[in-house]
Design a protein around this ligand. Structure first.
Ligand code: SAM
Ligand code: SF4
Length: 424
């Protein structure tokens, strides 16, 4: 979502004549987008500002955007004198205006309210896109998991209407996108048009000529509809991959987290996806060391992982976030126990990821080549199952979808060779 927001801020500034540069010493405006989800992510802002203070041009404006601004407000201006403008995630469409305001009064500006109007109504139509593009269809969250800051920083759930989504998707395809990743903190809770759900959005977007692949993330397990599951069977452009975070394999912990499903219900959803699309890759997020998590609870998570079998995953130590109920729970878990549990869980998840990747050796499938690889003559792309795939290929085919044969695999990526393309 932050990558998407950053591209939208770039688009909003482009209308006013700004051009993107990745070299801070050349920039007139430096934009730092921030994440507040875990303490580590939040703290990155201040180390980044330290680096920028040394690199930036003397008069360059420093803008800090994102959830740290929303959560900490004027406190971040107090903490760093370098920041000229601070803007929350619901106000970034106003960035050009805020820059003018700063220049007019030559004073620091902060904007972090929840405006009544949608920022999407004010953002320009995208003119630029890579081969794979993000498109926000839903934002905010009403679930209030006891550990999470999202409902406070991104606000309550908002779904963009279907018409708006389709028109942005068409613009992205026109600008070069072959793949679109539909985004939302709770994407399968999309309810932008009465009586429709995310499955309908996917089918509508799939009608766009020139668009080859559709993905979506992140889904809340118990908001998965039959219609969405069926889209995996009837929409060939929808990739066989679902990110379905469970967080913990213990029902006791899930309840304390205020997750509104049980382990058994989660596994039923996984089985339903696998029934319509047996090859579907499943991934998840996990939190270890949630307050009160016992060794037995943690063992339940390991058992769940063994039963489901994940193609990839993200796992984190519980991070107490100010203002969340879990941060005030008494039975916090010591750091060294969290570390030990995380290492055990990650070893198992990595083993599964390696096995999933190795099972594709010898297979032929299509890869969307999205960027240059690290090695000379290498391009990096993504398999239908979202496996990073290194292919020896000329740079002239960057941005294309090509057929490859997988010749090698590690826990984190595949290596593949081009095979003769269908059209010769
Ligand atoms: N809405 C998604 C869901 O419910 O699964 C997750 C979105 S959240 C931005 C991404 C992930 O960050 C979560 O799935 C969770 O694993 C992790 N996360 C959120 N708050 C956390 C915290 N306080 N400590 C550790 N991990 C956290
Ligand atoms: Fe945070 Fe996801 Fe829970 Fe919403 S559903 S509160 S975004 S973890």
């Amino acid at each position: 979502m932050n990558v998407y927001d950053s591209t939208r801020m770039r688009d909003a500034l482009a209308v006013h004549g700004y051009q993107e540069t990745s070299v801070p010493s050349k920039a007139d405006v430096i934009l730092v987008n921030t994440c507040h989800i875990r303490e580590k992510a939040s703290e990155k802002l201040f180390s980044e500002l330290g680096r920028l203070a040394r690199e930036k041009k003397k008069n360059a404006l420093v803008v800090v955007a994102g959830c740290v601004v929303q959560a900490d407000g004027v406190e971040i201006l107090r903490r760093s004198k370098l920041i000229d403008i601070a803007v929350g995630p619901q106000n970034y469409h106003l960035l050009p205006e805020l820059i003018l305001k700063y220049q007019r009064k030559n004073g620091r500006v902060i904007r972090a309210d929840f405006p009544a109007e949608s920022k999407f109504d004010y953002l320009p139509i995208p003119q630029k896109s890579g081969a794979s593009a993000f498109l926000a269809v839903q934002e905010g969250c009403d679930h209030f998991c006891s550990y999470c800051v999202v409902p406070y920083t991104r606000g309550c759930e908002f779904s963009r209407p279907m018409k708006e989504i389709v028109s942005e998707a068409k613009a992205l395809v026109k600008a070069g996108a072959k793949e679109i990743m539909l985004l939302g903190q709770n994407v399968n809770g999309w309810h932008g048009d009465k009586g429709k759900d995310l499955g309908d959005v996917i089918r509508e977007v799939a009608k766009i000529r020139g668009l080859k692949r559709i993905r979506y993330t992140t889904s809340y397990p118990s908001e998965t509809t039959k219609n969405l599951i069926l889209a995996h069977a009837d929409t060939p452009k929808l990739m066989p991959y679902i990110h379905l975070p469970i967080q913990s394999g213990s029902n006791r912990v899930l309840k304390a987290m205020n997750r509104q499903y049980t382990v058994e219900e989660y596994e039923k959803v996984v089985a339903a996806f696998r029934k319509v699309r047996p090859d579907i890759a499943i991934s998840s997020d996990f939190i270890v060391g949630f307050p009160g998590e016992t060794e037995a609870d943690f063992e339940e998570t390991l058992k769940l992982v063994e039963r489901v079998g994940y193609a990839s995953s993200f796992s984190f130590k519980f991070s107490a976030r100010p203002g969340t109920p879990a941060s005030l729970m008494k039975n916090q878990i010591p750091e060294e126990i969290k570390t030990k549990r995380l290492m055990r869980l990650q070893a198992l998840l990595l083993k599964q990821q390696r096995a999933f990747n190795e099972a594709t050796i010898g297979k032929v499938f299509e890869v969307l080549l999205t960027e240059k690889g690290k090695g000379r003559g290498q391009l990096l792309g993504y398999s239908p199952y979202l496996q990073g795939t290194v292919v020896k290929a000329p740079v002239s085919i960057l941005g294309e979808i090509v057929r490859v044969k997988v010749v090698g695999a590690s826990a984190t990526s595949l290596t593949a060779e081009l095979v003769k393309q269908k059209n010769g």
